[in-house]
Structures are given as structure tokens and as C-alpha cells.
Design a protein around this ligand. Structure first.
Ligand SMILES: [Zn+2]
Length: 224
């Protein structure tokens, strides 16, 4: 096996910087600093991607390139760890290739989980299951809504139960921005988007005195 020259790798790294800026930075993918071991991993993957996008590079070759530049580096460079930084490294059993135009799906899902939301792919499937319409009011995604001055409908991730995690597919329903905004976290919904129960005191506070009294009487019995 012949390792690409340092000049070729420097060029590949510059390509990685350009691709990162154009396609990946906005997803939060981290670019390794030019003199790091990771930069050499990336440059190797990028170099071979440019030659043949299906070619898989063995990690021993990548370790060889790292050790040429950093002689004290280990023999077993863990290239797949680039995935943690968001790079879409594909492969198994020590051989890898890079898809430099999109972040790794696991990274996207992890970012979504940290934000307490579903990943884009999962939400897309869920929207499809609901016919690309609001689970609660049925408004169609992308269509102007006459109720709200003709604003286009945007489907958002509504929580069936606001007290439960927002990254759980079983707890999310697609809701238009108007339903999502007006119900806030005041209610729970069933899996068809219908209101099931109050989830906060707000709706009780806004209720009429008669309703409040009825609730009060019932609660007295429940809790005494
Ligand atoms: Zn709606």
C-alpha cells in the first residue's frame, strides 16, 4: 500500500475545509484542526473519496499516514470516531469511506435528542403517516391558512404529553404552528391529536367559576 504524499493530503484537507463550510458547518459538524491526527484521517478519507467514492480505506493505511506526520502516534487510529464529530464515515471491520456532503445520521439524531426533538428523518416519516397534515386541526403542510391571514402551514413537533421526552417517537404528533402555539403545554393529546386531559393549571384557571367549583368538589373527594 502506498500512502498519498503529504502534499496530496494537504490538498485533500483543504477540500474537506471547503466541503465542511458549504455542507456541514450548519449542522454543527466539527472540523478538526489542521495539525491534529484527525485532520490526517479526514484528509485520507477525502483523498480517496475524490478518486473513487466507493473505495474503502483500511485504518492501517490511515494510521500509516498519521505516523508519518506524528511518529509518536499509535498504530491503531480509531477513524470511526470522526462520526462523533458529525462526519459521515461509512464502513466496517476497519475499512472506511467518507460521504462528505451530509452529516452522519447518528450525529443528526444525537443533536436532535440533545435538543429534545426527533431527528429530521423520523419526523418526516411521522408527518407522512399523518398525511402531511396537523394531527389536531388537519391543516395541510405548506398550504396557506385562511384562519390566520393566509400564513403557510408549518408542521412542528407537538408533544402528546408535555411532561414526557420530546425525542420519543411515541410522544410526538405533527401539529401546525397555530395548534402547537395555542395549546402550549396545557394539554395532553391522544395519538390522533385530540385533546385528552389538562396538563397544567392554566386551563382550569381560565375556566368559569361553575367549572372550577365542580373540579374543586371532585378534587376534595379525591384527595381527602
Ligand atoms: Zn393545527
Amino acid at each position: 500500500m502506498k500512502i498519498p504524499t503529504q502534499k496530496q493530503l494537504d490538498k485533500a484537507y483543504r477540500e474537506a475545509v471547503a466541503v465542511h463550510k458549504k455542507y456541514l458547518a450548519r449542522h454543527g459538524v466539527k472540523l478538526p484542526g489542521e495539525t491534529t491526527h484527525k485532520a490526517t484521517w479526514l484528509a485520507m478519507l477525502m483523498h480517496y473519496h475524490a478518486k473513487d467514492r466507493n473505495h474503502q480505506v483500511h485504518k492501517d493505511e490511515i494510521s500509516g499516514a498519521v505516523r508519518r506526520r506524528h511518529p509518536q502516534a499509535g498504530h491503531d487510529q480509531q477513524v470511526r470516531h470522526l462520526k462523533r464529530d458529525g462526519w459521515n464515515v461509512i464502513g466496517s471491520r476497519g475499512s472506511h469511506r467518507l460521504d462528505p456532503y451530509r452529516p452522519s445520521p447518528q450525529f443528526v439524531n444525537e443533536q436532535a435528542r440533545k435538543r429534545g426533538r426527533l431527528g429530521a428523518d423520523s419526523f418526516e416519516k411521522l408527518k407522512k403517516a399523518f398525511g402531511y397534515s396537523c394531527a389536531t386541526c388537519g391543516a395541510a403542510e405548506g398550504k396557506p391558512d385562511v384562519r390566520y391571514g393566509g400564513d403557510d402551514i408549518v408542521l412542528q413537533q407537538g408533544h402528546q404529553n408535555p411532561a414526557k421526552p420530546g425525542d420519543d417517537l411515541n410522544n410526538i404528533i405533527p401539529q401546525c404552528q397555530f395548534c402547537n402555539r395555542s395549546y402550549k403545554s396545557d394539554f395532553t393529546f391522544d395519538n390522533k391529536g385530540r385533546v385528552r386531559a389538562v396538563a397544567a393549571v392554566g386551563p382550569v384557571r381560565r375556566a368559569g367559576k361553575e367549572v372550577q367549583r365542580a373540579i374543586f368538589e371532585w378534587l376534595k373527594g379525591e384527595f381527602s
